[in-house]
Ligand binder design. Sequence first.
Ligand SMILES: CC(=O)SCCNC(=O)CCNC(=O)[C@H](O)C(C)(C)COP(=O)(O)OP(=O)(O)OC[C@H]1O[C@@H](n2cnc3c(N)ncnc32)[C@H](O)[C@@H]1OP(=O)(O)O
Ligand SMILES: O=C([O-])CC(=O)C(=O)O
Length: 370
Amino acid sequence: MTATKGLEGIVATTSSISSIIDGVLTYRGINIDDLAENATFEEVVYLLWYGKLPNRSELAGLIKDLSDNASVPAEVLNQIKLYPQNVNTMAALRTAVSSLALYDAEAGDMTPESNLRKAIKLQAQLPTLVAAFDRIRKGLEPIAPKAGASLAENFLFMLTGKDPEKIAIQALDKALVLHADHELNASTFAARVTVATLSDIYSGVTSAIGALKGPLHGGANEAVMAMLEEIGTADNVTSYIHDKLENKVKIMGFGHRVYKNGDPRAKHLQKMSQELGKLTGNMNWYDMSIQIEEIVTGQKGLKPNVDFYSASVYTSLEIPRDLFTPIFAISRTSGWTAHILEQYENNRLIRPRAEYTGPSHQAYVPIDNR
Ligand SMILES: CC(=O)SCCNC(=O)CCNC(=O)[C@H](O)C(C)(C)COP(=O)(O)OP(=O)(O)OC[C@H]1O[C@@H](n2cnc3c(N)ncnc32)[C@H](O)[C@@H]1OP(=O)(O)O
Ligand SMILES: O=C([O-])CC(=O)C(=O)O
């Protein structure tokens, strides 16, 4: 038995949800470029869960379902009020999502109908949790979700209490479309491993949030912004990046396990970053990002991934840096839950093997002789 480090190239399951073939990403066979240009996030959620694009009444039904389920139990909001000051936002989200299960009477119901209902609740309630957490830590009261609004509009509304600009809603909506699913990425794999024991959907999404948090995965978007802020201005970029590369420090937002010729989502986020920079009159983050890309791609051949330009996009939308990864989680809940439902449909325990590298034939030494 020989292990493959990081399971690189190992095909661990079949799935009909999203594919990456020759560097092209599709959701249910539809090219991500077409979805990014044309679809709303709710259309994508429908596509991922039901395997087809919704017609008008199906879409209206889903928007209503999400809207009707967007409120979170008061007990969970009260718990968030007791979290320590300055906790990590992804740790808070992981805990809050786990708590949701305690107040859902059907949490342990494993019927397909119940699991779909819980997928809707999770998708609807994550934005409410993230916005409530942000307000509570600022000493403000959470804002109740707005009936009938899209998920992107509702999230921005619940963060600020103001009706968001159309351009901000459209930008966030597109970012959500781009982050919704991505084949067997680490957090989706974690979700599938968890539910393949026939554990519940809340456990699967909680596992996934834990996996997304790390800086080698979803946490990279926050790390990109931390880097941009540390560099400060465009004239510091060259020396900063050269220094990091010389010292073999990874540049966040670059490289990918599967894409070696570039992440097809990055160009959409780059364009949005440029447009929003122009609109807000602050091109600094975009200009720095372009310079970083030139150096990292030029020297290492590494291309930006989905996390790189999303950092400047969210900053232009005045979203706090430590909400970037929670926003990724809001979007990816659609993919996680689609994968969890798919796993339940044709389940088998996921239990690979390890290549043992420890000592062999060791004698047991009684405690008095050690
Ligand atoms: C949504 C997402 O999850 S997208 C990914 C988000 N993560 C990041 O942006 C973090 C930065 N990137 C990385 O750490 C990696 O590129 C990963 C984790 C995304 C992919 O990792 P892997 O496929 O395991 O590649 P691995 O980490 O083994 O890197 C291979 C080589 O490229 C180098 N490399 C990879 N990414 C980077 C980077 N961002 N900056 C500098 N060097 C890098 C490694 O140092 C390594 O070099 P070596 O062979 O000289 O030791
Ligand atoms: O697929 C991966 O390994 C990481 C990624 O880009 C994602 O989850 O969107």
